[in-house]
Ligand binder design. Sequence first.
Ligand code: PHE
Length: 345
Amino acid sequence: MTTADRIETLKTEALDAVHEAGSTSDLEDVRVRYLGRASGLVEIKKSIGSLSDEEKKVVGKSSNRATREIEAALLDKTARLAAEEREARLRAESVDVTLPGVPFPKGSLHPTQRIIDDVVDFFIGLGYSVAEGPEVETDYYNFTALGIPPGHPARSMQDTFFLDDGLVMRTHTSPVQVRTMLSKEPPVYVVCPGRTYRRDSDPTHTPMFNQIEGLAVDRGITLAHLKGTLAAMARRVFGNEVEIRLRPSYFQFTEPSVEMDVSCFLCGGGRDADPECKVCKGAGWLEMGGAGMVDPDVLGNVGYDPEEFTGFAFGFGPDRMAMVKYGIPDLRMFFEGDLRFLKQF
Ligand code: PHE
C-alpha cells in the first residue's frame, strides 16, 4: 500500500469512527487513536524526513489535509454531542414548578412550656428578672440554707434522689432563692423556672417535674403584696374571672406559709362550684402551689438584715397548671413525646 493510500485509509477510518461515536468521551478516544502521538498519521509525518523531495511534498500535504479534516469532523461532532448531552441533562434535571411544595412541618410548644412562658412573661412585665440554678444541687442549698438541717423529718418527706458527695437532685426550685440572695444585695425580684426531681410516680406525679419559684425581697413587703401578685398572675394564666384563696400551711423557709388555690375557671368555682365539673370535680378550687413570707432566718443565712428587709416567695407547679388549664388527665402524657398529643397545643 502506498503512503498516500494509507493516509486515505486512516482518514476514512477516522471519519467513520467520528460518525459512529455516541458520546463526547467516545470522540476523545477517536482523537487519541487517530491524531495522538502513537497514531498512524503522526508516524507517517515523522517518516517524511527519509522521503525524496517529491514525495515529501505530496505526503506532507495529504497528511496535513487528513489531519485537518479529522480535526474538523471531531470539532463538529463534539459540538453537536455536547449540545445533545446538555439538552438531555437539562431535561432529566428539570423541575416542575407547578408541583405543590413540600409542606414544612410546624412545631408546637409543650403545654408546660406555654404555662412557663405565660408566667415568666407576666413577672417580667412586673419588673422581675429570671434566675436559674443547677439541677444537681448541694445538700446545703436544697435543705440546710432553707431551714431544713440534716436529720430534719422534712427531708424524708421530699422523696429525695441522693447522689454521692452530699449532692442531691434538687427537690424544688427554692435553692435558687438562696443562690440569688447570696449573689446580690436586696431589693430582689426574680422568677426561677426549672426542673425538679422527686421519687414519685403516679397519674399526678412524675419523678421529674417543673416548678416556677418567685422571690421578692424589699423594704416593707407584706403578705398583701404576695396575695395581689398571685391573684394577678392567676388571672393572666387562667383568665380574668378567677379568684385566688390562701390557706394556712407550713414550709420551713417561710413564715407564715400558705397554700394557694385558684377558683375553678371552668365552672366558676368558689362556693357555687358545679359538683359535676370536669376540672375541679366539684371542689371549686384548684391547687397551684406553696408560698409565704420569707423566714427571717433564711434572710439572715444569706446576710440580709431581717429588720430592714422582708420578702415573699412562692413555688408553682406549671405541669399541674397545664393539666388543669388544658384538661389533661394524666401527667405522664407530658413526657411521652407522643406527637398526636403534643400537636393539639
Ligand atoms: N419549695 C416548696 C415546695 O416545693 C414550695 C414553696 C416555694 C413554698 C416557695 C413556699 C415558698 O414544696
